[in-house]
Structures are given as structure tokens and as C-alpha cells.
Design a protein around this ligand. Sequence first.
Ligand code: ZN
Length: 152
Amino acid sequence: MSEMRELYQEVIIDHHKRPRNFGKLEGANRHSEGYNPLCGDRVTVYLRVEGDRIQEVSFDGSGCAICVASSSVMTETLKGKTLADVEALFGKFHDLVTGPPDETAATEGLGKLAVFGGVREFPVRVKCAILPWHTLQAALRQSDEQVTTEQP
Ligand code: ZN
């Protein structure tokens, strides 16, 4: 487990310092903005979707290290994926970060996203990690409403 924890720290620091796919996406045909008031994270996800496939994806905004790193790894993972793949990944990622801390996370098929299994040990950080995914879902639904992790 300590190896996983080290990897978790490494990936978060790396992607926070040098976020991948950061900035507005030229030619995006969908986007959505997300907000996590508990932490102050704001993220906008931009997508270029053609047919049932995500051709390009980027994000911008400002947030804590976990939120930025999660957004960055998410965008790396999503490029070229079909909408069905994305749905499946979201389900797995959700289970990964919200699972019981005393259980080993199921990481099959998650690739680099698996390091976020470390988040389940820090419940206040779960919303930071999952915000970009909720924002992505909203962008795919083409909703212009702002997403928040809090229910009204
Ligand atoms: Zn945060």
C-alpha cells in the first residue's frame, strides 16, 4: 500500500505542477463549468465530440492540487474514448474514490486513474477528485448549468 501511496503523491504533485491539456480548447463543441464550494475548486471542461467519440478534451480553472491533478489525468485518459467507455470509467472512478478506506480499491482497467484510490482515505478530498468528472458529465449532456458538488 505504501508504494501506491508514493505513486499517488508523485502523480498529484507532477500533474498539479504541469497540468496536461490545460487551457481552452479551440474548436470545442461542448463545455461545462464545475464548482466545489467546500474547497473553492473551479474547473471548466472543454470537449470536441464527434459521433460517439471524444476527439479532444481540455480543461482550465483553478483548484487544489487534487482537483487539478484529477482533471489533468482525466483529460489524458479520455482522449479517443467512446461515450460508453467514458460512462464505464466514470462508474469505476466513482467507486474507486468513494469506497471504504479499509478495503483495497478495485483498479482494473483504470490505468493511471488508479492512483486516486488514495483519495478514499481523505473523505474531504473526494469531491475535489470527482469534480472534473461531474463537470465532464454535464458537458456531455450539453447542460449550460453550472455544476456544483453540493445539492441545493
Ligand atoms: Zn479541492
